[in-house]
Ligand binder design. Structure first.
Ligand code: ZN
Ligand code: MN
Length: 138
């Protein structure tokens, strides 16, 4: 019997994982496509989408879904939180512990069965706020 969570390791899938692990930028499928294409010129965008979906359904990667085709992908599938900069659009990992008790709280509100949760903070990233204070000096 196949172990739980087993998915076939295709060459494309390995290449996608490698590309995702090489960055902390939480890239889009299109970016992943452009990178994988450098190694595998004949890969299609559809193949990239399909594999990203399989990998995230299998819990190997994280999909940060923002509607239709705006998902961003993360090689780190462990529970962690993000900061999204409203100025440059960057998505950064936050160095803080995940709060599993939030899920218990939600389940206590009503008849909810919580599988997972996502938490992101919106504001201005350190780089942008430095830039902003620089421009005030000039
Ligand atoms: Zn920023
Ligand atoms: Mn992340």
């Amino acid at each position: 019997m196949k172990p739980k969570g087993f998915i076939r390791r295709t060459r494309q899938r390995e290449a996608i994982l490698e590309v995702l692990r090489s960055t902390k930028s939480h890239p889009t499928a299109d970016w992943v496509y452009q990178e994988v294409r450098k190694e595998m010129p004949h890969v299609s965008l559809g193949t990239i989408y399909r594999n990203l979906r399989t990998l995230s359904e299998n819990g190997e990667i994280l999909e940060l879904s923002y509607g239709s085709n705006h998902s961003r992908f993360d090689a780190n599938s462990e529970c962690h939180y993000h900061f999204i900069c409203e100025s440059c659009g960057s998505i950064e990992d936050l160095e803080m512990d995940c709060l599993p008790e939030l899920e218990k709280k939600v389940e206590k509100i009503g008849d909810y069965e919580v599988f997972t949760h996502r938490l992101e903070f919106h504001g201005i990233c350190p780089d942008c706020s430095r830039e902003e204070s620089q421009s005030h000096l000039n």
